[in-house]
Each structure stands twice: as C-alpha cells, then as structure tokens.
Design a protein around this ligand. Structure first.
Ligand code: GLU
Length: 424
C-alpha cells in the first residue's frame, strides 16, 4: 500500500521506488540513456471509468486502469488489483515490476498491471461480476492471448478470471481460455497455480537459507500478510522445518515464540465469517508495525507496498528478508538494510513463482494438454532456483545487493531485445 497521509496522497511513491533502483542498475550496467529512457516509463496507459449498477439500483462509477509497461519479450502479463489504494503511479510501478519479474525468471512475457479503485470486501458477488465484466469490455482492445494477459492480484481470485474469460469469449465470439491465467481448474486453470507464488517464496527462502548457512530446525520466521501469498508461504516454509513465530493480516499480528500452527490458522480464516484472523488466539496480538520488528531469522513481507521504510528499517532484526509482496521495501530503506548486512531476496525474484506458473497455464491452454501437478511444481521450482542462482551470481559479479542484481539481469535482457528488435 502507498501509505496515505492526511491528504490521501501516498507518502511513498512506488513508481519512484522502481525508478531509483532502475537508475542504479542502469548505471552499473552502463546502459545507454536512449534505451533506458524507453524502459523507465510504461508503453501505454489505459484509463476507464466503469459504471456499475449496484444491488440497491444506484449506479456507481469506478476508476480503472490497465498499464502496459513493455512488450519486448512477448505479450504483456500481469494481475488485476481491486483495492481502495489503487492509484495510477502504483499501477505503473506494478506493471514495470512485472516486466522485470518475467525477465528475471525467464518467462517470455512483457509486463502489465491492472487496477480498479474499489473495496471488494464490501461488494456483493453480483456487483463484483458486473464490475469485472465492465472492465473486460473497457479493455477489450488491450487484452488478448497474444497481446496482454491478466491474472489475479490483491483483491481478485479465480472467480474474477472466470468472468473475464466468459466476457472476453463473448466479445471475440470464440472460447478464449488463454486470455487470462489464474482461472478455476475446470475452466482451463493449471494445477499448482494457486500455490505457485507461495511455493516460489519457499524455494527462494530455502536457497537464501543455504547461502547464509541457516539450518531450518533452529530458524524462525515472521510472515506479514495472510492472503494467498502469505498463508501459503508460511505453510510451505513451515514444512521445511522452520518455526513460524508470527503471522498477520488486516486484523493485526499474532506472535507466538513457541510457533504458530499454520494449518490451524489457515483453517481458522477459512471458517471465520470475516475471512480474516480476527479473534485468532494462537498467538498474542501485536500490530502489523511491531510484527516487522520482532526477533526472527527470516522476515517475509507478503502484504502490500511500502511496509519497510526508513522509519523502521534500522529496527528490523531478521537476517534475511524474502519479499512475497510487490514493493514492500521503499528505495530509501534499501541502504539501511544493506548496511545492517540483511540479505534481501527482492520481490521481482522472490514472488515470481506466480507468473511462472501463469506462463505454464497459458502454454497448457494453447496446447490443449494439461500437466500433472508434479510436473508444474518441478518445472516451477527449477525455474525459481535457476533465477535465484543467476541473480546471486550477478550480485557477486557487480558487487551489488540482490535487488540491484535482479534489476541488472532484467534490464540487460529486456534492453538487448529492444536493441535487436530496433523499432521505437
Ligand atoms: N499478480 C501476480 C504478480 O504480481 C501474478 C501475475 C501473473 O501471473 O500474471 O506476480
């Protein structure tokens, strides 16, 4: 989240955060300004106002965006976010991060992101359906299996993707599964897609632990966020033998130095009327801010942007941070974490497991042949491990942290396709 201040303007701007790292990587790489200038900003920004008839008969208008950052490596790819915090600079940053993420993990896509300013928790299923169909209609010339392929993100799930497939198929007059990923299994989804981002976070965590010589059985971990990414990361990291000592969501944080029973917490959320950890008694309450500063070896921010800032970075006790969320650390906080010797596995690497399996889903849709979960997981794990090793080696080569190394890997790759393709 871009923390709103009193005026409602974000205190940190994710686009500036992205561009600061981009500029640093560009300098290290010695990339010519004329190429860098193309990649520093999005290719295309589409804004729409979507009227929706609400259940009470009134009509509300929703602010919506789709930003295509690049199409150099292939069709653009990226999720759609439903949140009251959506604003254009955030969507631009998220779109650019998708470009870098796909390049880091070797997936042949460019980057995009969509966002609708709305509060999905307060909307009925019918209202969400009409909003999603309206958005698909508004973006009908942007989306396409060879053009731009959306997926779920914060506030959206397989259900919204099913509505997009349906609406887009009606518009084009033929069934079009490959226009979107993260679909329900019966509607062209892929086995392993729901768990994919959390699974990639686990693989990144395991690789980073090996680098630091951490033994899972005496390692502790704090996870911020208990949505799809946070809960599955916590579950899979616990399965490595690591003790999860704190979890959190919108209702706050829960700390238990003896260890949180993650499976029980997941079941608690699934059965709760608020679909949150509210009232959870498996740990003592802490705030989301306090949670980040708890004693632990591994911190997994898997909630939203701008959580680790110059205000709290110096107090973070973890030895490593594995970014499940997009943009959880501001650019200013990077150097503080660096000086403290904290190993940061950056978002564009750590959470790339989701888009990797999205790519596998798209491939399966186009082949009309579906893989076993074992095959999906094996290929995704291999891609994540290779990406980690490549970024780690790049960090050593350029003597930079893993974040700048990931940008260097991505920028080098995308800039070379830009030079080869040669049209601007
Ligand atoms: N929203 C996810 C992300 O930020 C997945 C995007 C996708 O699969 O296209 O990586």
């Amino acid at each position: 989240m871009s923390t709103p201040n009193n005026g409602g303007t974000p205190r940190y701007n994710p686009l500036e955060s992205m561009q600061r790292r981009f500029d640093e990587a560009k300098e290290k790489l010695g990339l010519d300004d004329q190429f860098a200038n193309v990649l520093r900003v999005p290719d295309k920004v589409v804004a729409a106002n979507i009227p929706v008839t609400m259940d009470d008969g009134t009509i509300r208008v929703f602010e919506a965006y789709r930003v295509v950052h690049s199409v150099h490596l292939g069709p653009s790819k990226g999720g759609i976010r439903y949140s009251m915090d959506v604003h254009l600079d955030e969507v631009k940053a998220l779109a650019a991060w998708m470009t870098w993420k796909c390049a880091v993990v070797n997936v042949p896509y460019g980057g995009a992101k969509g966002g609708i300013k709305c509060d999905p928790r307060s909307m009925s299923k019918g209202e969400l359906e009409r909003l999603t169909r309206g958005y698909t209609l508004a973006m009908r010339n942007v989306f396409g299996p060879d053009k731009d392929i959306p997926a779920p993100d914060m506030g959206t799930s397989a259900q919204e993707m099913a509505w997009i497939v349906d609406e887009f198929s009606k518009i084009t007059g033929h069934n079009s599964y490959a226009v979107v990923t993260g679909k329900p299994l019966v509607l062209g989804g892929s086995l392993g897609r729901v768990e994919a981002t959390g699974r990639g976070v686990m693989v990144s965590t395991r690789s980073a632990m090996a680098k630091l010589g951490l033994n899972p059985t005496n390692t502790t971990c704090v996870v911020q966020g208990f949505g799809n990414v946070g809960s599955i990361s916590a579950k899979l990291i616990a399965q490595l033998g690591v003790k999860i000592v704190a979890i959190s969501d919108v209702s706050g944080g829960y700390y238990n130095p003896e260890g949180i029973d993650v499976a029980e917490a997941i079941a608690y959320v699934a059965n709760s009327s608020t679909r949150s950890l509210e009232g959870y008694t498996g740990g003592s309450p802490v705030t989301n801010g306090e949670l980040l500063e708890l004693p632990c070896d591994i911190l997994v921010p898997a909630a939203m942007e701008d959580q680790i800032t110059p205000e709290n970075a110096a107090r973070i006790k973890a030895k490593m941070i594995v970014e499940g969320a997009n943009g959880p650390t501001t650019a200013e906080a990077d150097s503080i974490l660096n000086d403290k010797g904290i190993l940061v596995v950056p978002d564009i690497l750590a959470n790339a497991g989701g888009v990797t399996v999205s790519y596998f889903e798209w491939v399966q849709n186009r082949l009309g042949y579906y893989w076993t979960e074992e095959r999906v997981n094996r290929r995704a794990d291999r891609a994540m491990k290779q990406a980690f090793d490549n970024v780690y080696a790049t960090a050593e080569k350029y003597n930079v942290n893993m974040r700048i190394a990931a940008y260097i890997v991505a920028l080098d790759k995308v800039a070379s396709t830009l030079k080869l393709r040669g049209s601007f």
